[in-house]
Design a protein around this ligand. Structure first.
Ligand code: COI
Length: 365
């Protein structure tokens, strides 16, 4: 049986005027909807106390495990306003399944995918007015789970809290979908074999920040990580997967080695690219293949993808003492981006069963 949610409405809903202001320029991760979902877990009771409640600060004991040992995971997917006025999310079950793989790696309890999807659906329905009605904005859903047992013993937590919060989202990068510049991290790695690279846990992102700071200091928006063993194979950016377009039209993305996060956008693009007539290869990519390929013209485009960023072309790759730039024209990235967002915003038919309808048109929400 699924979770049974209680609902407590906020006594202070955002005014329609303020909401319109926020939705006009949402930014990314800056504003949060009026409600959130919380669910608790203990070994004896399993998942219980599922609540839709007013968005607000949590009261947590300072000795909660999560503050000390970082036992926490998260997800990200989006809800899109459809042409008929209804709302649909994109492949929430993909994220629910990945969430469980992350939970397993972090010794957290699994949550039934149906409950994961139902929790997000409840929040989207509750705060439906927060789903933007514009071409390049959506509602970003951030489910997360953390260890809330109190104590300093290092062990899997005997009390866990799952939450979903939501935030209207425009473009992730301030530059919109223009080409971004990437810093190659030569001193730091993100994930090692046997580690947590394939899990979506906060620690991976914390570990990327120093390199990210170095990138920003060198005029770059994102940082590129290589594998931790040979320091040679292209893995991923701080929070996005990578794609290369070859001069023969083949699309190449680094294969999943256990140290790379399996992105939902990456996965969808494999299908969409093939449908648009491209060969798709998942294989290891040497950093020198990128550097030389861009120089010789064998690589015609490089782009990053992720839920938050969608598809963003990469212009320049920089490192200590050098850089290479890809052509300014990015027809393949542009074509794939259109194919993906047209599907997500319901402008083209959903032939893959990827869209999950949450709110029907005319439901008053
Ligand atoms: C996403 O694309 O959803 C991510 O998780 C990347 C970043 C915002 C952490």
């Amino acid at each position: 049986m699924g979770l049974d949610f209680s609902v407590e409405q906020t006594p202070h809903p955002t005014s329609p005027e303020r909401l319109a202001e926020i939705l006009a320029v949402p930014g990314f991760g800056k504003h949060f909807t009026d409600h959130m979902v919380t669910v608790e877990w203990t070994p004896d009771s399993g998942w219980h106390n599922a609540r839709v409640r007013p968005y607000g600060p949590l009261t947590l004991d300072p000795a909660s495990h999560v503050f000390h040992y970082g036992q926490a995971i998260f997800e990200g997917f989006k809800a899109y306003r459809q042409p008929d006025g209804g709302i649909a999310t994109f492949r929430p079950a993909f994220n629910g399944e990945r969430f469980n793989r992350s939970a397993h790696r972090l010794a957290l309890p699994e949550l039934a995918v149906d409950d994961f999807v139902a929790a997000s659906d409840r929040l989207v329905s509750q705060d439906a007015a927060w789903v933007p009605d514009s071409d390049d904005a959506s509602l970003y859903l951030r489910p997360f789970m953390m260890a809330t047992e109190v104590g300093l013993g290092v062990k899997p937590s005997g009390h866990v809290t799952f939450l979903v919060i939501a935030s209207p989202a425009g473009p992730y990068f301030a530059s919109g979908a223009k080409q971004v510049t990437i810093w190659l991290s030569e001193d730091y790695t993100r994930a090692a074999p046997g580690g947590t690279g394939a899990a979506k846990c906060g620690g991976n992102y914390a570990a990327s920040l120093l390199a990210q700071q170095e990138g920003i200091a060198n005029g770059c928006e994102q940082v590129l990580f290589l594998d931790a063993v040979e320091r040679r194979w292209v893995e991923e950016l701080g929070g996005m997967n990578l794609w290369f377009v070859q001069d023969d039209g083949t699309l190449v993305t680094p294969e999943l080695t256990g140290t790379i996060l399996e992105g939902g956008t990456r996965d969808a693009l494999k299908t969409l690219a093939a449908e648009l007539g491209h060969e798709v290869e998942e294989r290891r990519v040497d950093i020198d293949e990128w550097r030389k390929g861009v120089d010789t013209g064998q690589i015609t485009e490089v782009f990053a993808c992720g839920t938050a960023a969608v598809i963003v072309p990469i212009g320049t790759l920089k490192w200590h003492g050098g850089e290479v730039s890809s052509p300014a024209e990015t027809p393949v990235a542009t074509k794939l981006r259109s194919a993906l967002i047209d599907l997500q915003y319901g402008r083209t038919p959903d032939n893959h069963g990827w869209m999950h309808r949450v709110v029907e048109p005319g439901s008053g929400l």
